[in-house]
Design a protein around this ligand. Structure first.
Ligand SMILES: [Zn+2]
Length: 289
């Protein structure tokens, strides 16, 4: 048993060493073609793309796109999600947009994604992971009919991977940093890609919503320029509507209660109609007998 552990450790250590040896070969190869390569790299970066990809080890963005270090600003997480409250991702987006001045954001999903597969299943994969995968389950729920109409499991996974990329592209449009950038005259483009692990090719997804103005208006934010903000502060009337707040609240409560009552009445009416239909169908069947 101990012998087995020792030989396993030796094997793992030599594999780990192989990674560092690979780095030495990489440096030598780069310097052969350009002996100033790393000196130039150290002077700064000016990537034009931000790529949000999956952490999956089979989907390395630079290698897949034959791009060099310095060309793509990259953020990776499980199943390439754009979660609105993700502090890490939002910092990456803000830095990429406001400091690096990137012109495109790419959300890259991939086939055979473990995150997508786990999200489609019902087995728990652990508290935090379950929470993370909930975002994909929401996409599944929204398109359940389409996904479940596919017979092949592989197709169902592919379908959810694509739908997930589309949903994340929409989340980028809803992001205030992106919207502000558009309003300030820097229109950042957002693209959705699906990398096919089984072929190596990247497919560009055709996504209808090409600008942040095409999403539901409730997400469309209006930013005030600094000069406008100063002006509005100066012109705000002194008589605040605070005194009416209680009345407005009561009025709103009434409206909500009425709205809920109306909804309940509508539902029960529909149920009654369907009951009546069932009874009339039964009578008709009896008559036919
Ligand atoms: Zn993945």
């Amino acid at each position: 048993m101990n012998q087995q552990i020792v030989s396993n450790s030796i094997r793992e250590f030599s594999q780990y060493n192989r990674v560092l040896e690979g780095n030495k070969r990489y440096v030598e190869k780069k310097l052969t073609t350009d002996d100033q390569y790393f000196k130039k790299l150290s002077t700064g970066q000016s990537p034009k793309y931000l790529l949000i990809g999956c952490s999956d080890s089979r989907a390395p963005p630079n290698e897949l796109t034959e791009t060099d270090p310095g060309e793509i600003f990259i953020h990776r997480n499980i199943a390439n999600l754009v979660i609105p409250t993700d502090l890490n991702l939002n910092c990456v987006i803000q830095y990429a947009v406001e400091h690096l001045n990137i012109h495109s954001i790419i959300v890259m999903g991939h086939t055979c994604c473990g995150g997508i597969k786990a999200a489609m299943a019902q087995e728990s994969v652990g508290g935090l992971l379950d929470l993370w995968l909930n975002q994909i389950k929401i996409v599944y729920e929204k398109h359940q009919d389409l996904i479940e109409s596919l017979e092949n499991e592989e197709d169902r996974l592919d379908c959810l991977s694509q739908l997930n990329v589309r949903a994340q592209v929409m989340n980028i449009w809803k992001n205030p940093i992106i919207q502000k950038s558009w309003q300030k005259g820097n229109p950042i483009m957002v693209h959705g890609w699906l990398f096919r692990v089984e072929t190596g090719y990247i497919e560009e997804l055709l996504i209808d919503s090409q600008t942040p103005y095409e999403m539901n208006k409730v997400f469309a934010l209006k930013f005030k320029l600094d000069s406008e903000r100063i002006l509005s502060k100066q012109t705000t009337p002194l008589g605040s509507p605070k005194n009416n707040a209680r009345k407005r609240f009561q009025f709103m409560q009434k409206k909500i209660i009425q709205h809920i009552k109306q909804q309940k009445e509508n539902t029960s009416r529909i149920e009654k109609i369907s009951d009546l239909q069932q009874i009339s169908e039964l009578i008709q069947n009896c008559q036919e007998l």
